[in-house]
Design a protein around this ligand. Structure first.
Ligand code: ADP
Ligand code: AMP
Length: 217
């Protein structure tokens, strides 16, 4: 079983884009807590209702809800790419304990390093297919036909939280609450850092190298 990997980085750093590529290419399983929460919200579950206000304001959903949700998602033998989780020290500790208790071993973290102005530009131009989660950017990865998904022809939308005020809030929250996790994994010898400002294909290459699968197909 390939090891589990944490994609660690600010909103807009390119975690989801890379997780989708590695999932297709290498058989990893992506667990995106943001996508899962949006599914809960769309289905109108109790968790979705509890999370909605936090997400709209760009705040973090409480740790106990997030940890319970991830616990319920962890089955199967495929290596997992954690995308958007953990985001707090409490989540990181809980994830280590959970994976150890399931005999999976401790995950490596890959930090996507990138500056704030670039993050804002990426988030402001992001378009997604809400049915499949497929990610585009109007300038950096445009679909063939504007507003339409290349894969299923469905309409693309901009996320409600990809607006200037909410973006600012989310980036502040990242710096205050999630950035300390870089030190958490570094101190434990489980951190690699990649230059997330590079084009998508180049980042994929660096990521595969960081997790030791560059010769896999
Ligand atoms: P995250 O999951 O970290 O929030 P995404 O993968 O959704 O980030 O990417 C944010 C935006 O930036 C999307 O519009 C995506 O198309 C674009 N993007 C992702 N990676 C790159 C890259 N390496 N270069 C340019 N744009 C990128
Ligand atoms: P994302 O799609 O990763 O940008 O996440 C969208 C929103 O979902 C965040 O702004 C948070 O409100 C919430 N969220 C996603 N993952 C987490 C997490 N691990 N902890 C707390 N809140 C989260």
């Amino acid at each position: 079983m390939p090891g589990d990997v944490i994609l660690l980085g600010a909103p807009g750093a390119g975690k989801g884009t890379q997780a989708q590529i590695l999932q297709k290419r290498l058989g990893y399983r992506q667990i995106s807590t943001g996508d899962l929460l949006r599914e809960h919200r769309n289905k109108g579950t109790e968790l979705g209702a509890a999370a909605e206000g936090y997400m709209k304001r760009g705040e973090l959903v409480p740790d106990d809800l997030m940890i319970k949700m991830v616990e319920g998602e962890l089955q199967g033998n495929a290596g997992v790419l954690f995308d958007g989780f953990p985001r707090t020290a409490a989540q990181a500790q809980a994830l280590d304990a959970l994976l150890e208790s399931r005999g999976r071993g401790l995950p490596e973290a890959v930090y996507f390093e990138i500056s704030r102005p670039l993050l804002e530009e990426r988030l402001l131009g992001r378009w997604t297919n809400p049915r499949t989660g497929r990610i585009y950017h109007e300038k950096f990865s445009p679909p063939k036909v504007a507003g339409t998904c290349d894969e299923d022809g469905g309409p693309l939308v901009q996320r409600e939280d990809d607006k200037p005020d909410t973006i600012k809030k989310r980036l502040d929250v990242f710096e205050a609450q999630t950035m300390p996790l870089v030190a958490y994994y570094r101190e434990r010898g489980r951190l690699a850092t990649i230059d997330a400002t590079q084009p998508v294909g180049h980042v994929t290459h660096m990521l595969m190298h960081a997790i030791g699968v560059e010769h896999a197909h």
